[in-house]
Design a protein around this ligand. Structure first.
Ligand code: NDP
Length: 248
């Protein structure tokens, strides 16, 4: 049953993994959803069908979040198609893991530009309309790596720690305009991103997770949907860990 039929959400990186689970969850909650991705998406037909089932609209667009002008144009186009945006989920992210000694500048730049500058680009493009309308909920996706650090992920950890500082600061700037900004910090979630991790690393990691398993994209989407919605109306600047209790 749709929770709210008039709200509009935008999700970056919505074609796969956590982003796709967020898109599906928000559609089920009755949002019209615009999502973007970087390369070809074979998810579009299934997501379209789901939107039809829930009586809401969805739009899928190829946009590189590192391209500020393209992101701006994308948000304006989404407003034209779906209506004023109420919820922004900055989820698009990449990894390029290597120990610092072996890390190339390109690996550093790609991760910082996609994860951190991409978050800046979408939030910056959305924020004025949110403030003008006196409403809006931003959810950024960090990682427990941004909180605790992780070997061979200096670039990723820096980008994800940056997202936390960015979002907490933004929450302080825009709270009095009726706009909220929160962070979800997932732990080890089963998606394409973690498929690339070796069996040995995966087994070692699972042993450290108190609940004894990887998380699912749907479990992260639950947290995102809560922070996106008015059910969390007095929560802002918060970092919600969805990590099965991973210790630091
Ligand atoms: P996936 O690799 O499964 O999906 C990444 C998504 O981001 C895809 O939709 C991809 O699009 C999109 N994307 C990547 N780069 C860009 C770009 N430049 N512009 C637009 N879209 C882009 O990742 P996950 O679902 O695992 O991760 C989603 C988020 O959650 C990321 O921010 C990640 O850092 C974070 N996270 C993930 C964890 C995990 O264990 N999986 C743990 C903690 C945080 P396309 O399909 O076109 O490439």
């Amino acid at each position: 049953m749709a929770e709210n039929t008039s709200r509009v959400a935008v999700v970056t990186g919505g074609s796969r993994g956590i982003g796709r689970a967020v898109v599906e969850r928000l559609l089920a909650d009755g949002y019209h959803v615009g999502y973007c991705f970087q390369t070809a998406s074979d998810a579009a037909a299934d997501i379209e069908r789901l939107a039809e089932e829930h009586g809401v609209r969805v739009s899928a667009t190829r946009v590189d979040v590192t391209d500020e002008a393209a992101v701006r144009a994308y948000l304006r186009q989404t407003e034209d198609t779906l209506g004023p945006i109420d919820v922004l989920v900055s989820n698009a992210g990449v990894i390029r893991d290597a120990p610092l000694l072996r890390m190339q500048a390109e690996d550093w730049n790609t991760v910082i530009e996609t994860n951190l500058t991409g978050t800046y680009n979408v939030c910056r493009a959305a924020i004025f309309e949110f403030m003008k309308r006196g409403t809006g909920s931003i959810v950024t996706i960090s990682s427990v790596t941004g909180v605790y650090g992780n070997a061979a992920q200096t670039n990723y950890a820096a980008s994800k720690a940056g997202i936390i500082g960015f979002t907490k600061s933004l929450a302080k700037e825009v709270g009095r305009f009726g706009v909220r900004a929160n962070v979800v910090a997932p732990g080890f979630i089963a998606t394409d991103m973690t498929d690339s991790v070796s069996e040995a690393v995966r087994d070692r990691t699972v042993k450290k997770i108190p609940v004894g398993r990887l998380g699912t994209a749907q479990e992260v989407a639950e947290a995102v949907a809560f922070l996106a919605s008015p059910r969390s109306s007095y929560i802002t600047g918060h970092v919600l860990h969805v990590d099965g209790g991973i210790p630091d």
